[in-house]
Ligand binder design. Structure first.
Ligand code: PBE
Length: 313
């Protein structure tokens, strides 16, 4: 059951009842601030969540664009002065988020859409008036240069691969609920034959041509890469998918060591990787529109903008 830290709360001046009710969400609603916080009236001052979170933003893999963007935000916003972005893995971030929500504790994670967490929990993006996290992103497909001549059918499938947020989230959610990625991919494919046939349109089946795709173990990219790999397998390709860190993923395609990837978040998230490798690989355009990154918090937190947070010093 949810327990409020009354001592800490009482140190936070001017907390309104409304604010507490929103932040508390206790079952009986009988708890009250009166007498505890000594506050009266409707002050709009925000809770100092920072202190409760040790001024830590829960990040993911160190090489992820969203982590770099969060570090940029820490540099940019006075409200984040003295904060740190911890790095671990997407799985550890999701576990920390789930645990915080279970205990109704404050947490700020580096988040992104499409992601199953929005179907699973009530979450919101913090407004980012300084634009540290960019605007809407596309997820793009990158091929090694020369792929079109070498493996024209694989190239064409990669080039024609395009789906929507709801599609990707369906696959992600099934994986999150326990399905093997390959199985979730197969299920989605058999339920979406029209979409899939628009990706294979104009291609010929092959007999065991090898294709290697790379990706990062982000939930969104596990979903997309498995779907594309399954589609290729059904067309007769022998497909290997290899998880790497973000930088090495870009590098492997740019060096021509592997055939391609469907995990390029642009223009902002992987802007620095694109700048480094963009002229050595072939940009096959968007495979998904309307992606987004940012700082994500549970709805029960009474904070709407990065600017509402408090610096540690
Ligand atoms: N992500 C998911 C990646 C791109 C895809 C947002 C975690 C990143 O931040 O680099």
């Amino acid at each position: 059951m949810f327990k409020f830290d009354w001592k800490r709360l009482s140190m936070t001046a001017g907390l309104s009842l409304t604010l507490l009710a929103a932040g508390c969400g206790s079952d009986d609603g009988s708890e009250s601030t009166e007498g505890d916080s000594g506050s009266e009236g409707e002050s709009t001052e925000e809770m100092n969540y920072g202190e409760e979170m040790d001024y830590e933003i829960t990040g993911i893999e160190a090489g992820a664009g969203v982590v770099a963007a969060a570090q940029d935000a820490v540099e940019t916003y006075d409200s984040l002065s003295g904060w740190e972005v911890s790095t671990s893995s997407s799985g550890a971030m999701a576990a920390a988020l789930g645990e915080a929500i279970e205990n109704e504790e404050p947490i700020i994670v580096t988040g992104w859409t499409p992601h199953w967490k929005f179907a699973e929990y009530d979450l919101k993006y913090l407004e980012d008036p300084e634009g540290s996290f960019g605007d809407a992103e596309q997820i793009k497909t990158m091929a090694k240069s020369g792929l079109e001549d070498e493996k024209p059918n694989a190239y064409m499938i990669l080039d024609q691969f395009m789906w929507e947020t709801a599609d990707m989230e369906e696959v992600m959610l099934e994986i999150q609920n326990g399905a093997e990625p390959e199985e979730a991919a197969k299920n989605w494919i058999s339920n979406n034959e029209d979409k899939v046939s628009s990706w294979t349109e104009g291609t010929e089946e092959v007999d065991g041509t090898e294709v290697e795709l790379v990706y990062v173990n982000w939930d969104s990219e596990i979903a997309s890469t498995n779907v594309v790999a399954e589609v290729m397998k059904q067309q007769g390709f022998e497909v290997t998918i290899t998880p790497l860190d973000n930088g090495p993923m870009w590098e492997a395609v740019a060096n021509g060591e592997v055939d391609g990837m469907v995990a390029a978040w642009l223009p902002a998230t992987h802007g620095s990787q694109f700048e480094e490798y963009g002229d050595q690989l072939e940009d096959l355009g968007a495979n998904l529109e309307g992606a987004k990154i940012g700082l994500v918090v549970p709805e029960y937190m009474d904070v709407d903008s990065i600017e509402d947070l408090q610096p540690s010093e």
